[in-house]
Write a protein that binds this ligand. Structure first.
Ligand code: SF4
Length: 607
């Protein structure tokens, strides 16, 4: 607060003094008194008189009205237009991106002075013209900055998380994206105000800005320059006012940037792990809810090396109260399968075939509005790293309250009570206090509990958890798995659990689907698959070191690039059992016991 106090007080005093100029007992700033031309300090004129005998102090204060008015108005207008264009371009991508960026580029092509001369010629000089010219000059800077910031923020997990909660685009932009990019925009605003004060002075100096005899700092510098040899102080006062104003604005916006970003205020978050899970606080089990069924889902992406299919003919289902684990190495397509289910695929990724049945509707045929109504309410998602999935500049409690209110008519009080109940339910100690902290002030385990609380906010019937324990240490991981298992049992929700850890699968899942290079290679009940695997990839995963975080540690080679897949079995280059027979692409066979396997040599290898 100390950092902000001085510049804020200076700017506030400056603005108030300028606004109060008509109320102050000052000499008329435009009344000439040739007899006292270039007079020094005198009674009633502590800063002396200018080349026309006008009072310098009165002109300085009245001049601040013109200079600061033009600077703030033009910077605010440029900020409004530029940030809007940047948000549209960065968020919409595609045609919106091209139109906004090209518009900005066209404006940037004009030399500033030429543009100013053109507008002044058309509209005539004056403060209004100056505001327009400066706003046009500075808007592209705001647009470019906002565009770049939106691009970096839109890919973060916390933006994906609010999309997953069903928030509308305007709400995401105003409540999540803008607060996270406010820092750089504020700095840009301070620079624009400072630059506008200077340019106003320059254009007024050239006779293109404020029209004499109206005082402005620019006109005062212009007048002071002509009499510099006889009265150098006439140049000093407006230059000093200009310099101090610019300095104060820069300091103020720097301090504001830190003030709006709690990460900048933090001196390193507390690293405390809360290990307590409060038992017995769960509500009575709800009636059985419908599950999810994915049929023949295929997803494609156009790349410079051709079209790839990272999800290829995937079918799976999960019933209410059941946990289905989807396991596989990075690049196996498990996360894309989940994102396609949620309708959260990037625009560059398209679903080319399949059906996702949930509560009698095919989610792939729903429009964005209907999907938003489902996400965060009937279906919820838990992300891998809650540090990036929670909005870093918003208190955790506010995020949960927002998630509750996005899908209900609950008032602020009721939503806060519900958030408290959820915090207790997921085992967060001292919930009243924890609701008021920012994500960086929580430990990793507590953040994940908060993320789970947010996912449970509207009693979803399907939970999709994308590697929710990968970023946690072993102790906290075990606690979170216990918590999820309890919640699933007590709420009756279906749980799809994406992971690369077989140990996690063994602990939490009823059914398992093993994916490799975009395809399912084996599926079935966890106990059966683990006891008697029916695919060499599953067997190799199980044989790998149980202590390893990398399930493929014991398997030679890597997952093939999707644009250069082997012609037959995709696992063949790494398979110890591969023969010429594997040159034919294997199909996913349903076995006698209902399990599935994609291996042409299954009978020979496993009997
Ligand atoms: S089809 Fe051949 S290469 Fe593929 S998993 Fe079976 S044995 Fe291995």
């Amino acid at each position: 607060m100390k950092r902000i106090a001085f510049p804020a007080a200076f700017v506030a005093a400056l603005v108030l003094t300028a606004l109060a100029a008509p109320l102050l007992d000052l000499p008329d700033p435009i009344r000439q008194d040739i007899a006292n031309r270039l007079a020094g300090a005198m009674a009633g004129s502590p800063l002396g008189r200018d080349e026309f005998g006008r009072d310098v102090l009165a002109r300085l204060i009245w001049g601040a009205r013109a200079s600061l008015g033009v600077a703030f108005a033009s910077a605010a207008l440029a900020c409004l237009v530029g940030v809007t264009l940047g948000l549209i371009g960065g968020w919409m991508r595609g045609l919106g991106e091209i139109l906004t960026l090209r518009l900005v580029d066209i404006v940037l092509c004009f030399p500033p002075i030429l543009l100013a001369l053109l507008v002044v010629t058309l509209l005539g000089p004056g403060a209004g013209t100056l505001i327009l010219v400066l706003a046009v000059l500075y808007a592209p800077g705001f647009a470019r900055l906002t565009y770049g910031e939106v691009l970096s923020v839109r890919a973060t997990d916390y933006v994906e998380a609010v999309r997953a909660l069903g928030a509308s685009t305007p709400r995401i932009l105003t409540r999540t994206v803008l607060p996270n990019i406010a820092g750089p925009i504020l700095v840009q605003f301070s620079l624009a105000v400072a630059a506008a004060v200077v340019v106003e002075s320059g254009l007024s100096f050239l006779g293109l800005g404020v029209v004499p005899p109206t005082p402005s700092w620019g006109l005062m510098i212009r007048g002071g320059r002509t009499t510099m040899a006889q009265a150098p102080l006439l140049l000093l006062w407006p230059c000093l006012a200009l310099t101090l104003t610019i300095l104060a604005m820069n300091l103020l916006c720097d301090a504001l940037r830190d003030a709006v970003d709690p990460r900048a205020r933090a001196g390193g978050g507390r690293r405390r792990i809360v290990d307590r899970v409060l038992p017995g606080l769960f509500p009575a089990p709800r009636p059985a809810a419908p599950g999810l069924s994915i049929s023949h889902l295929s997803v494609e992406i156009d790349t410079p090396k051709g079209t790839i299919r990272p999800v290829d003919d995937v079918s799976l289902s999960v019933a209410s109260g059941e946990t289905l684990a989807v396991v596989g190495e990075s690049g196996s397509g498990k996360t894309l399968t989940a994102l396609a289910t949620m309708g959260l695929l990037d625009p560059s990724v398209r679903v080319v075939a399949g059906q996702v049945l949930f509560e009698g509707r095919d989610l792939l045929t729903l429009d964005e509005r209907d999907l938003r109504a489902l996400r965060g309410k009937r279906i919820a998602m838990i992300f891998q790293d809650p540090m990036t999935a929670l909005n870093p500049v918003m208190r955790v409690g506010d995020q949960i309250v927002e998630a509750i209110r996005a899908h209900s008519a609950a008032g602020a009080r009721a939503a806060t009570d519900r958030a408290l109940e959820l915090f207790r339910r997921v085992g967060i100690a001292d919930p009243e206090k924890r609701l008021r902290v920012y994500p960086h002030e929580m430990s990793g385990g507590m953040r994940q509990r908060a993320m789970i609380a947010m996912a449970l906010a509207n009693n979803p019937v399907l939970l999709v958890a994308d590697e929710p324990t990968t970023a946690l240490d072993a102790t906290v991981q075990a606690q979170i798995l216990d918590l999820l298992a309890d919640l699933r049992r007590d709420t009756g929700a279906a749980l799809i659990f994406i992971t690369h850890s077989l140990a996690v699968v063994a602990e939490i899942a009823d059914q398992v689907v093993v994916m490799y290079a975009g395809q399912i290679v084996e599926s079935g009940p966890v106990a059966a698959v683990f006891a008697t695997p029916r695919h060499p990839y599953t067997a190799a995963l199980l044989a790998a070191s149980p202590d390893s975080n990398d399930p493929s540690a014991g398997i030679p080679g890597t997952v093939p690039a999707l644009h250069a897949l082997p012609p037959g079995c995709r696992f063949a280059p790494r398979c110890a059992h591969a023969t010429d027979a594997c040159a034919t692409p294997p199909v996913l066979e349903v076995l006698e016991d209902g399990r599935e396997s994609r291996c042409v040599r299954r009978r020979e290898i496993f009997g």
